[in-house]
Design a protein around this ligand. Structure first.
Ligand code: DHB
Length: 378
């Protein structure tokens, strides 16, 4: 996305990725895009496929105590989200780069950043044909994910790392089945959290809270379905079931590294911050980083004024910490801490009641979930 946006402003880029295109296209990740993320894809000229193949959601259901409570995004904040898998976002971006003649190298090895503290940093890598390259640039952006190597190049004495660990994980499945509900369901139950999400009319994505050391092989289809069904029971609601063709355990953590830049080396996305999956902020936050960064880089490269580079981090961090708070907040409101503290559960139900039962609570969730308006300088 960053390369696409920079190329639209006449700036040449080269993007390298250690994974192959096939690997990225077949790794299932999140599925919800904020309206601002959709604008970046559609109005930004990447693709309008989302408008045909995606599903616009005008609300979400919170379920607790055996009842569903819908929060209407359009009514409260005049906004919506789109169900459109991250793999499709990637396919659209890769196709757009190809269409525009962009230079993207997949499946590279031995990547190394050279001279990161100079005005001419470089990357060295070996391409998928075994040829070694050194590319010098004005800027190197480490958008290299949660296992970032670039983040470790920022001098340790300037770095602060903020962590929060959670005592649970998500068990995620993909299955062949019709949709169980028109919108997503986030469920609190006395057996723990569950999320009923979707992919298409015939493929569904669902998750339930589990132990971080859970082994997917211990879970038969029957066991998965009875656990999911038990967590969303009530109001006569029944999941539509079908063959499960993927099982994964997703680890939870909150993480931010500051600063997000040192000289000409800049971090974006998960390289600088990770959120727990509840609320689907990870991809949206990465897109927000590159929206801010592409404008900053274009202005910097035009003027050569280094002070412009310094404006990226403070703007990006405002949304990062709002999203950190939102993801943490959704997580703590919906998951059961191991050990079963009855006070904690009753308190959560009080919070859910306040969120779903008041206009202010609904509006708070709607505004955060759909992504705070970009115009607010975020
Ligand atoms: C999905 C993942 C999330 O973390 C979330 O909050 C909503 C949806 C998904 O994969 O569909």
């Amino acid at each position: 996305m960053l390369a696409h946006r920079l190329s639209r402003q006449g700036i040449s880029t080269i993007a390298v990725d250690t994974r192959t295109r096939h690997e990225i296209e077949t790794t299932h990740r999140a599925g919800i895009l904020e309206s601002g993320s959709v604008d970046m894809l559609v109005r930004g000229g990447v693709s309008d496929r989302i408008l045909r193949d995606g599903y616009e959601h005008h609300g979400v259901e919170l379920r607790y105590g055996g009842h569903g409570h819908r929060i209407d995004f359009t009514e409260h904040v005049g906004s919506s989200v789109w169900l459109y898998p991250q793999t499709d976002v990637f396919i659209d971006l890769a196709d757009a780069r190809e269409r525009d003649g962009g230079d993207v190298r997949f499946g590279v090895t031995d990547t190394e950043v050279l001279d990161p503290y100079t005005e001419r940093p470089a990357i060295r890598f070996i391409d998928d044909a075994g040829e070694e390259w050194t590319v010098r640039a004005k800027i190197v952006v480490g958008a290299d994910g949660s296992r970032s190597m670039c983040r470790n190049l920022i001098p340790a004495e300037t770095v602060t790392r903020y962590f929060h660990e959670y005592p649970f994980a998500w068990f995620g499945i993909l299955c062949e089945a019709p949709m169980s509900a028109p919108e997503l369901i986030y469920a609190h139950s006395d057996r723990g959290f569950a999320l009923i999400s979707q992919r298409t009319d015939s493929v569904q994505r669902m998750y339930f809270q589990c132990d971080p050391n859970e082994n997917p092989d211990d879970w038969s289809e029957d066991r998965i379905w009875s656990e999911l069904q038990a967590r969303v029971a009530g109001d006569g609601f029944a999941l539509t079931t079908g063959p499960v063709f993927e099982k994964v355990v997703l680890k939870f953590r909150s993480f931010v590294q500051e600063p997000m830049r040192h000289g000409r080396l800049v971090l974006a996305g998960d390289a600088a911050h990770t959120v727990p999956p509840t609320g689907a902020k990870g991809l949206n936050l990465a897109l927000s980083d590159v929206r801010i960064l592409s404008d900053v880089l274009a202005r910097f490269l035009e003027s050569g004024d280094e002070r412009i580079l310094a404006t990226y981090e403070p703007t990006a961090l405002r949304r990062v910490w709002r999203s950190q708070n939102f993801s943490y907040w959704m997580t703590q409101m919906l998951h059961l801490a191991p050990g079963g503290d009855p006070f904690a559960v009753k308190r959560q139900l009080g919070e859910l009641e306040t969120v779903t039962g008041t206009r202010q609570g609904q509006a708070y969730l709607a505004n955060a979930y759909t992504g705070w308006p970009r115009e607010e300088g975020l």
